[in-house]
Ligand binder design. Structure first.
Ligand code: COA
Ligand code: ZN
Length: 312
């Protein structure tokens, strides 16, 4: 049963990062900046605006420096940069990111495929990132990728996830993200793990990052919400995916999530009509249809004229 509808849900928009990183078509820097600037006006408090990773690994986001320098920052919006290592952290700091999102996988195999490092190497590099951030205004968030399952290893032991969460907390991260990289999570599993993690971190520190690869994205949101989570990543249009995880597909779709929240009376502070308008412009930008549903179906309140000649 859904217990507490009235508590606000925070949506972090990740289309400029998770969304664009897997797109085969090059998106011009100016178009990326325009996308982020529009998102900044839609009511988000947090936007993951890009990543500072190897340009060979993710060519689509190789212009992160210019993007961060070019965006029009809105007061109250935190602009987050994903980073894998110290070099990325330095680039993000120089480009003016507000928060670094440090990423490693619970799965050793996926960490090797995605980061070309063992988990221990990722963690020890993050020690240097923490040292760099000390004395700056940067906040730090640690993401555990493949938390709920790995496309190479299958089931991930919950204790190994908690071990990374503890390591992140010891390093001094203010936020933790549990990421379901290829949509392998199910609601029961999500509920249980979120409850366990919330014995270590406050709800305001925890983000859930779901992909809708197997159609369970919004079910997992509700399970996490029930367990006390209040912050979620989502991507405009349902774009997204990790190029180093076979079978990866889009994040949960922001406008579908916001629509669900509105219908349920859960506040997000996000302007849904603005979001729908933006989402409907994505096929022209990217050259394909979006997986999101509400942009196609319309909102419940978008009524149709009744057919003529009805027999009453
Ligand atoms: N930004 C830009 N360039 C970077 C970089 C960064 N954060 N980190 C490393 N590089 C460069 C190095 O300078 C070096 O350049 P050179 O060949 O011109 O000398 C080159 O990349 C190789 O460096 P190395 O440290 O050996 O990296 P690697 O090839 O072993 O790759 C990562 C390691 C982590 C940099 C790479 O795997 C990566 O960027 N992964 C992220 C993937 C991702 O974003 N996945 C989706 C999001 S989770
Ligand atoms: Zn993702």
């Amino acid at each position: 049963m859904i217990t507490d509808y009235c508590e606000r849900l925070i949506v972090q928009e990740v289309a400029p990062r998770d969304g664009l990183q897997i797109e085969p078509k090059w998106v011009e820097t100016a178009d990326k900046i325009a996308l982020i600037d529009q998102l900044s006006l839609a009511g988000f408090s947090r936007i993951e605006a890009g990543s500072f990773v190897s340009p060979k690994a993710i060519p689509a986001l190789r212009d992160g420096d210019e993007v961060f320098r070019g965006i029009q920052r809105q007061p109250g919006v935190i602009y987050v940069a994903l980073i894998p290592n110290l070099k990325g952290a330095q680039r993000a700091l120089d480009a003016g990111a507000d928060e670094l999102n440090l990423v490693m996988s619970a799965s050793q195999t996926h960490n090797l495929a995605n980061m070309r490092m063992r988990r221990e190497q990722s963690l020890s590099g993050f020690g240097d990132v923490v040292a760099l951030a000390r004395g700056t205004s940067l906040s730090l968030n640690g993401t555990v990728a493949t938390t709920f399952g790995c496309p190479f290893e299958g089931v991930i032991d919950e204790d190994s996830v908690l071990h990374i969460v503890d390591a992140y907390l010891e390093l001094g991260m203010q936020g933790i993200t549990l990421a379901d990289t290829t949509g392998m999570a199910n609601p029961r599993q999500v509920y249980r793990l979120v409850q366990r993690v919330l014995t270590r971190v406050a709800p305001a520190q925890l983000t859930l990052h779901f992909h809708n690869t197997r159609g369970l994205g919004l079910s997992n949101v509700l399970a996490a919400y029930e367990a006390g989570a209040r912050r979620f990543d989502a991507s405009l249009g349902g774009l997204g995916g990790c190029p180093f995880a076979p079978g990866a597909s889009g994040n949960i779709c922001t406008e579908d999530l916001v629509n669900m929240c509105e219908e349920m009376g859960i506040q997000t502070g996000i302007d849904l009509p603005h979001l729908l308008q933006m989402s409907r412009s994505l096929p022209a930008l990217l050259g394909h249809e979006m997986p999101g549903q509400v942009a196609k179906a319309g909102r419940n309140s978008d009524l149709h004229p009744a057919p003529e000649n009805l027999l009453f």
